[in-house]
Each structure stands twice: as C-alpha cells, then as structure tokens.
Design a binder for this molecule. Sequence first.
Ligand code: NAP
Length: 228
Amino acid sequence: METIVITGANRGIGLALARRFLQEGKDVIATCRALDDATELRSLQERGNLSLYELDVTDNAAVHNVAETLSGKSIDVLINNAGVMGPKQQSLNQMNYESWSYTFAVNAMAPFHLATSLLNNLKMSSNPRIITISSQMGSLNRKNKGAYAYRSSKAAVNKVMQVLATELEPENIIVCPVHPGWVKTDMGGAEADITVAESAAGLVNVINNLTKAQSGRFWTWQGVEHPW
Ligand SMILES: NC(=O)c1ccc[n+]([C@@H]2O[C@H](COP(=O)([O-])OP(=O)(O)OC[C@H]3O[C@@H](n4cnc5c(N)ncnc54)[C@H](OP(=O)(O)O)[C@@H]3O)[C@@H](O)[C@H]2O)c1
C-alpha cells in the first residue's frame, strides 16, 4: 500500500488531496500547523489509515523532528502543498519585505527542506515521487502584473524542483511541480474555476500515473505540460 505525505492538509487543496487518497485506500500522513483546529482533517481518520503530525513547514527543527519520527518508513509520495499568498502589499507601489521573505520560506524553501529531510524514506519506495503544488502565477512564460512575492516564490520553487529532479534522476525519484488549477479555496476565492474535489481528482490522477520521463517538468492538474 502506498504512503502519501501531504503538508498543509487541514483545509483547501491539501484537505481534498488527503480525502481523495484515503478514498483510494492509500495510507496518508497529513501535516498541519494546528491539529486542535483541524476538525475536518481529524474526522477523516474514520475513513482510512490517516496519521497526523503538527508541522509548521518553516520551523526547521519541527521538520527535522517529523523526519526523525518517520525514520525507517517507506514514503511513496511527498506532496508539498502548504503555501501562502504573501503580503497584502506586494505591488509596484507597496511591498512588505518581511512578509515577502516569509512567503519565500513557505513556498520555495520549505518544499526543498521537506524533500531532502524525507529523502531516505522516498528511497525505500519502488515508485517515489516529490510533488510540489506550485502555480501558473510563477510561470516566466506568462506576462502579468503585481503579486511579486507570490509569483517570485512559485517561480523559485519551480526552479528548485527542476534542479532536484536532475540530481535525483539516478535515484529514480520523480520530481514535479504541478499547477492545481484556479481553485475555490480561501486562497483562490469563491470566483475560482474549479472545486477542491475537481482539483484533487485531477492531481491524484496525474500523481498516480507520472512516469520517469515526466520528471523535472511542470504539469497542470489535467496532466498537460505547463510552460516554465
Ligand atoms: N487555490 C488556488 O487557486 C491555487 C492556485 C495555484 C496554486 N495554489 C497552491 O496550492 C496550495 C494550496 O493552496 P490552497 O488554495 O488550498 O490554499 P489555502 O486554502 O489558503 O490553504 C493553505 C494551506 O497551507 C497551510 N500553510 C500555510 N502556511 C503554512 C506553514 N508555514 N506551515 C504549514 N502549513 C502552512 C495552511 O495552514 P493554516 O490553516 O494553518 O494556515 C493551509 O492548510 C498552495 O501552495 C497554493 O499556493 C492554489
């Protein structure tokens, strides 16, 4: 049975991914910042094999501790889902630099830290995959205005994952950033295109069927290659 690790799984896309993988009978290790508040996530424990850990992905000691706890356990898929939009002020005229740094820590640096901390677990799998929920807003190919902090953090994590894919190719570990669609969540807003269930269904289908030839490339939730 495959084991899937998902960060930021208490709401939004992360919660929907946890629900979907549990429906498929997979073992899910879900992390979130505050387990006491994660009522919906905790209720999924009735639906299958779900283990829960409290984890702020920017807390390096906490990442280390979770990795220590999981030591010796095979992990098939790591999903770096936890993410933030960044500061309210991230325009040409107004920038909150402290929050821009924090946005980088969550969106670009933590996925690398999680991936490297769980590398030995991933090496134990026969089909290991490192998936990062990125965004088309980080694509260099798309010309848009504003959201400097968010866009740059997602562009950065795409590059981080591309480099990681190259370095982990000899280990047969697949590494892909994915765009989940424009999704109705606290981040995506009510006007977004698709529901979390639709996004998660597409993402799970992509993740289940990724091949080594697809590693180091950027994919959408519908399995279409996205330009960097
Ligand atoms: N929604 C969209 O349209 C869309 C589009 C493209 C990409 N994405 C990406 O998809 C991912 C999920 O987004 P979403 O729409 O589901 O957003 P969301 O509803 O705002 O949920 C974000 C999740 O990330 C967690 N998180 C934030 N900072 C964290 C930290 N430091 N440590 C641990 N967890 C943290 C949140 O936990 P708390 O509850 O504790 O805050 C929450 O569980 C993000 O990476 C986002 O950038 C979303």
